[in-house]
Ligand binder design. Structure first.
Ligand SMILES: Nc1ncnc2c1ncn2[C@@H]1O[C@H](COP(=O)(O)OP(=O)(O)O)[C@@H](O)[C@H]1O
Ligand SMILES: [Mg+2]
Length: 408
């Protein structure tokens, strides 16, 4: 593997047609600069309106949140699992990952990143398929987690550009692009089933979610996979997390849902999109999805510059910092109540009647946990596992004052 540090990187935007030069990133004296290409400015596409608005001239990044990188490009960088794979690979060939700048890491991403942006010099190891056998991939993942590095290369190619903490791969199966998640050593054994149960519950609660399924496994309960919403056939769709949009580091609880709602209104200018986002917030509160950090909310921009809230993802039973929500609900992270949610709806002008209707619908779906159990039973999950799942869920709900308030 040959490698040299990069101080100048070209950024391209891909939609359905030819890639378009977006601009140039420059690293000088540890400072990162960006300049939009003049032809790209004429198109009027605001890729990142808050922190990198479309304008002529050199723009200096003076925010160190992402090691000085603009949030829109930081969104292309893998974290957690993908970063681990690349660092292992570099160490295997005698390179020190600490010497890599964010621009170097973007070059490794090349054309294989999530969303619609790509970076040059191109990464020659763009996404390709080694094997589609999920059990085989799972074995490689578990071996890699056990520090057996023989498989790092394969996994890097399959999913090294995806974000998020859990091991995952990006696979094209019969022409459809999937993101398939695996278990890390820290995850419970039933994590795929829990996420799938949450997926069904989210549909029932009226959330917009990507198509998802449990891919069968010969050994266990299967692997949770979602259809990628940043791909549509050969077209790529620009995707931006709220973390990247607002420079809100997802590793620290830095956000309130109020900022997410206001960003939603600003970007989409559409109250129906705000209602979709509000429903996501209500679902997270009522289903104890407390790892609701800033990388778990994204927006999509189409080729005409129109923004929408992305389908909801990473919905599962989870605890945030010290058991609280990572993202606060009108200043409350521990025991958010109906009043906090209603106040949140009011910040963007969602009518109280509409907010109450959404809350009722989500609440009804979360109360149907028993029915969900039946639904999953036909998928042949061991009752023991489901039992644990339900007990954990029910315990939380019963101890949750909010739930009692809602029941009144
Ligand atoms: N269906 C999808 N299409 C495109 N990108 C997705 C999809 N689901 C998740 N992502 C992206 O992949 C990242 C990791 O997925 P996520 O479910 O959050 O995994 P993790 O549990 O590891 O955090 C997300 O932060 C999001 O950017
Ligand atoms: Mg996530």
């Amino acid at each position: 593997m040959s490698f040299s540090n990069q101080n100048l990187v070209y950024v391209y935007y891909h939609g359905s047609g030819e890639r378009q030069l977006t601009g140039r990133l420059l690293l000088k004296n540890r400072q990162i600069f960006f300049e939009y290409d003049a032809d790209f400015i004429k198109k009027g596409l605001e890729l990142s309106p808050f922190k990198l608005p479309l304008k002529t001239g050199v723009i200096e990044s003076n925010d160190r949140t992402f090691e000085g990188l603009f949030g829109v490009f930081n969104d292309s960088l893998p974290d957690g699992w993908g970063r681990l794979l690349l660092d292992r690979k570099l160490m295997n060939v005698g390179l020190n990952p600490g010497t890599l700048s964010p621009l170097d890491r973007l070059c490794f991403v090349g054309t294989s990143g999530m969303g619609a942006l790509s970076y040059e010099p191109e990464n020659s190891s763009a996404m390709s398929h080694i094997t589609n056998d999920l059990d085989e991939i799972d074995s490689e993942i578990q071996a890699t987690l056990d520090e057996n590095d023989d498989y790092v290369e394969d996994l890097l190619i399959l999913g090294g550009s995806s974000a998020g903490a859990r091991p995952k791969v990006l696979l094209n199966i019969d022409g459809v692009d999937w993101l398939i998640k695996f278990r890390s050593h820290l995850d419970p054994k039933d994590i795929s089933a829990i996420e799938y149960a949450y997926h069904l519950m989210a549909i029932d609660a009226g959330l917009v979610v990507p198509e998802a399924k449990l891919f069968p496994s010969r050994k266990g309960m299967g692997f949770f996979g979602v259809k990628r919403f940043d791909r549509n056939g050969d077209s790529r769709i620009h995707m931006h997390t709220i973390a990247g949009l607002l420079h809100a580091d997802h590793r620290e609880p830095s956000l309130d849902y109020e900022s997410i709602m206001k960003a939603t209104l600003y970007l989409t200018k559409d109250i129906r999109q705000c209602e979709i986002q509000f429903r996501n917030a209500v679902f997270n509160v009522l289903s104890h999805n407390r790892d609701d950090h800033s990388k778990n909310f994204s927006f999509l921009m189409d080729e005409t510059g129109n923004w929408t809230v992305s389908p909801a993802y990473d919905l599962t039973f989870s605890s945030g910092p010290a058991g609280e929500h990572s993202t606060m609900i009108m200043g409350e992270g521990k025991n958010p109540t109906k009043n906090h949610l209603l106040k949140l709806a009011g910040t963007v002008g969602i009518k109280q009647d509409k907010a109450l209707e959404i809350i009722d619908q989500v609440l009804a779906a979360t109360q149907k946990w028993d029915a969900l159990q039946v639904k999953l039973a036909f998928l042949q999950y061991k009752p023991k596992i489901l039992g644990r799942l339900c007990v954990r869920f029910a315990k939380r709900l019963i101890s949750n004052q909010l739930y009692l308030i809602f029941l009144r």
